[in-house]
Design a protein around this ligand. Structure first.
Ligand code: CDP
Length: 221
């Protein structure tokens, strides 16, 4: 089996795809692209400029005139129209606004086009919701990370507490359920497993456990 050059990882919120994807990319010497950060960055720009997140036309035109760049690998931030943002991407108002923004067809058109350009030379691990089903239909390896809602909420809660943020388990659970519902019910490129994806349930696996399962699929170990 030859080593997969394009690797797509999808899954619901807090399934661990970003952490695992980053480690996998490092291990394989590939570029890592977190497409969720792009939807979050656009949401941040919309809120900063006072664009109504229910106004689909305004969001579509904002996406078309917004320039996004990823800093060199290893940096979690993103540069949006020349401004560097990082921890802002995870604020509660972004968690609240991002799924309504991400369901807009014209927004997805622009972001997906850029994602495909980033992947055109291969050697990439790309994570998101629609990578295996839409962005990189021909990816060499597709992985879908599954997780129960309770485990999702536990992980997000722990993350927030570790970062010294105020966290309420029930609020976190409600916000995750709402976001996954919008993401999987939207008409354009909803969150779902690709038929040819390898499904890994992450409930009982830690990060290294998930990474090990994916590395087996890549033939690296
Ligand atoms: O990190 P977490 O799993 O909580 O979310 P994320 O990957 O940062 O994605 C944030 C949001 O962006 C999701 O809830 C989706 O609404 C949207 N998204 C999307 O629609 N398509 C993608 N390929 C990636 C993210």
């Amino acid at each position: 089996m030859s080593k997969p050059s394009t690797i797509a990882i999808d899954g619901p919120a807090a399934c661990g795809k970003t952490t695992v994807g980053k480690l996998l990319a490092k291990k394989m010497g590939y570029r890592f692209v977190d497409t969720g950060a792009m939807y979050r960055a656009l949401t941040w720009e919309a809120l900063r400029l006072g664009v109504d997140i229910e106004d689909e036309d305004a969001l579509g035109s904002l996406a078309a005139r917004t320039k996004m760049e990823f800093p060199p690998d290893g940096d979690d931030g993103i540069i949006v129209n020349g401004r560097y943002i990082n921890s802002e991407l995870r604020r509660p108002e972004i968690d609240f606004g991002v799924s309504p923004v991400a369901k807009v067809a014209d927004v997805r058109k622009v972001l997906v086009r850029n994602q495909r350009l980033m992947a055109k030379d291969g050697n990439i691990v790309m994570v998101g919701r629609d990578i295996g089903t839409n962005v990189l239909l021909d990816a060499d390896l597709k992985v879908y990370l599954d997780v129960s809602v309770e485990e999702q909420a536990r992980r997000r809660y722990k993350e927030m507490v570790e970062q010294g943020e105020k966290a309420d388990y029930e609020d976190i659970l409600a916000s995750l359920v709402r976001r996954d519902r919008i993401d999987s019910k939207r008409s354009v490129n909803p969150l779902r497993k690709a038929e040819d994806a390898h499904v890994i349930n992450t409930d009982l696996l830690d990060v290294n456990g998930v990474l090990g399962e994916i590395l087996k699929l890549t033939g690296e170990c």
